[in-house]
Design a protein around this ligand. Structure first.
Ligand code: IMP
Length: 186
């Protein structure tokens, strides 16, 4: 992933989901996941780097014993358009055979990233695979990537958002809220 370019202007970010709104929803998802995975051997798989804040808050709101792992894929190449090309940059550290896997993603847009990962992981014979995504942009979905996102924080319209893990050219991941970024006029 290329993360070069000018430092974007934080004044161009307009809050869509406040930190409080996100925290409340993540707590609800954590409670639901805890109920549904009671007695199961659950591994949360965070997709780097965008899932980091969501993964960190979600795992602490889950009350059943879990393990965690991470993988990294490259997707947008630093621009605001999906390239549709997915590359595995870092694989999991541990096998998932026989485990219940919950993929933790920041946002599902075209669905191409998760389609690729679901196919890759299905071949490794986990007990189950489900998806938790903080955000879902259902209007962005490409044909063939019409899988279910099992745990969705918020469904949002087709805008480019940053913050709480989501980036523009590598910036803004540290914002505690999610906001819409408006690029300057050309
Ligand atoms: P998909 O493969 O198109 O579903 O895209 C998934 C990935 O694209 C996410 O994990 C993000 O890294 C990135 N992405 C999609 N929409 C946005 C956005 O609005 N802001 C920042 N990144 C995004």
């Amino acid at each position: 992933m290329t993360e070069e370019g000018p430092i974007p202007d934080g004044d161009r970010v307009e809050v869509m989901l406040s930190s409080e709104t996100i925290q409340a929803r993540v707590a609800e998802l954590g409670a639901k996941i805890s109920r549904e995975y009671e007695g199961k051997d659950l591994t949360l798989v965070g997709i780097l780097k965008g899932s980091v804040p969501f993964m960190s808050d979600l795992m602490r709101s889950i009350t059943v014993p879990i393990q965690i792992d991470f993988l990294e894929v490259s997707s947008y190449g630093g621009s605001m358009e999906s390239s549709g090309v997915v590359r595995l940059v870092k694989d999991l550290s541990h096998p998932i055979v026989g485990k219940h896997v919950l993929m933790v993603e920041d946002i599902v847009d075209t669905g191409l990233t998760l389609r690729y990962l679901m196919e890759l992981f299905a071949a490794r014979e986990p007990a189950s695979i489900r998806i938790a995504s903080l955000l879902d942009k259902p209007e962005g979905r490409k044909p063939g990537a019409d899988f279910t996102v099992d745990y969705v924080g918020f469904s949002i319209p087709n805008a480019f958002v940053v913050g709480y893990g989501l980036d523009l050219g590598g910036y803004f991941r540290n914002l505690p809220y999610v906001g819409v970024y408006s690029p300057p006029e050309e």
